[in-house]
Design a protein around this ligand. Sequence first.
Ligand SMILES: [Zn+2]
Length: 635
Amino acid sequence: MSASYTTDMPFRRTVLAAAFVLAVTTVAAAQAPVSYRLSFPEPQHRWMQVEATFSDVPAGPLRLRMSRTSPGRYALHEFAKNVFDVRVTNSHGVALRVSRPDLHQWDVAGHDGTVVATYRVFGDRVDGTYLSVDDTHAHMNMPATLMWARGFEARSARVRFEQPAGRTWRVATQLYPTEDPLTFTAPNFHYLMDSPAEFSAHTLRTFTVADAGGGAPQFRVALHHDGSDADADAFARDAEKIVRESMAVFGEFPQFENNTYTFLSDYLPWASGDGMEHRNSTILSGPGALRNPGQRGGLLGTVAHEFFHAWNMERIRARDIEPFNFEEADVSGELWLGEGFTSYYDALLMRRAGLTPLEGTLGSFAGTINAVQLSPGRRLRTAEDMSRLAPFVDAAAAIDRTNWENTFISYYTYGAAIGLGLDLSLRERSNGRTTLDTYMRALWAKYGRPGQKVPGMVATTYTMDDLRNVLAEVSGDKQFAQTFFSRYIQGHDIVDYGPLFARAGLVLRTRNEGRAYFAGAQQLTFQGGGGGRVGSAVAFDSPLYRAGVNRDDLIVSIDGVNVTSQQALDQLLAKHKPGVQATIRFVRRSGETINSSITFEEDPRLEIVLVEQTGGTLTPQQQEFRDAWLGSRQK
Ligand SMILES: [Zn+2]
């Protein structure tokens, strides 16, 4: 195994890549590829020009579309809204008649077998979903950028980037390279849509990592940021640690098309925080800077999350979201595994790679358990139900208030709690021989590795029953698998973590024993000394809820003492014991003043501490359990 770092090298083209390009050319001979020319006449004004040419168009109307969704995103994003100045001609440049059956479609009639659509598209959001064009780059998510034609899904595509005047930008993308450094291809529509591109004067670092299966893919880190070369070097080194620990979970890398995987990283003050997985690349974006130690950990955590998706989501994939639907919201009941287990692993991989201190990892596990255990939503909906709500919550824009604080738990968090519970349960049952890594490897062998018949598509997908059956095989206990699924994934129970943590010499305990608790993560804002305004939904059945307080109400006093600041509130809580009743005076947003009573509860939030920090002794067995779980898995 060797790693080599190179600075600002042009992308290497492997022999394998050349073979792929040949294969695509052969297939495309039967049906002309769709050709895109992307130009940037005024990048500073944040729009770009697209010319899309469709040849060998069958008789009848051609139905052109802009996507409503983007792979890895489950809500509707309506990309047609930023498209304007659409012109459609035939092969001789003669304008064709276009009708609009809906907001996302352009129907073109009377063509001569060739249709050329040109349009401008505005984009000013740097993240994993949208398009961003400015004087520093064109950061392209293809569903936000490219118009496509119904019925052309099997055709290959050719994408040509035109250099903006006065620039020497380069392209970072998982699209297939050609002899021309600004021209790329995609074998079909799904691969094209899955292939974001960063066109800029970015910094590039590369390294290769060999796996046990004889693979040695190249990893490219394309960085568009305002940091130094030293920041880029350190980032690439840490990304490599994450890549190695991820590979150790599965024992091998996926077969990346073109044998390369690209991290497209935009860390810019005007970027939005995001991470988006693709088959052979990921978009990482955010306003943070690598040089900032307080932001670095979060940026690396996203690297771990998205890279783990190269197996879990991109290739181990649920049947309900394959093939991905670009016209309607994509719904699946298994995001607790695709996203949630990936979230559990991003924390675990950061620990195994030595990039998060142990206390940080335990803190994040405790936060995950608290979020699931204390949320009223767990009584209302299962992890499967929560997964199916993704189109309502996954960066979905709504202007009406929701009650998600009470009725929803993120499938990232819920699934991470399930992953943690399953990992510890498997380890406990088998004395460490079977783990969640074993389960993920089994899923990989059955659903991920068999791979694809068509690049960009997953041939062997799973259902909920499949996931349960593989757990039965891995654990050797059908009853265990059935119970685990019916209680914790399709039911409302939460794993009993305490005894499981004890096996690792960890103590799960309440973090404020005997302290009165107000109302969950209730946020009060204090202005002008008149009281505390309730800024978010009040948790069902919490002390505040039972006192009749709701969002927007102003809490004036408790037990006759004015609540004028957070400090005053904390002092009041410190004086009251759980179970004690007190008077509470508040003003509803309607103006009505209410005198009620409130009964404090004990702070239910948990923490995880090392047994050796509680005066106990760490046994050799506990140390071994802890190391096998949280230590590096590289051999
Ligand atoms: Zn994810």
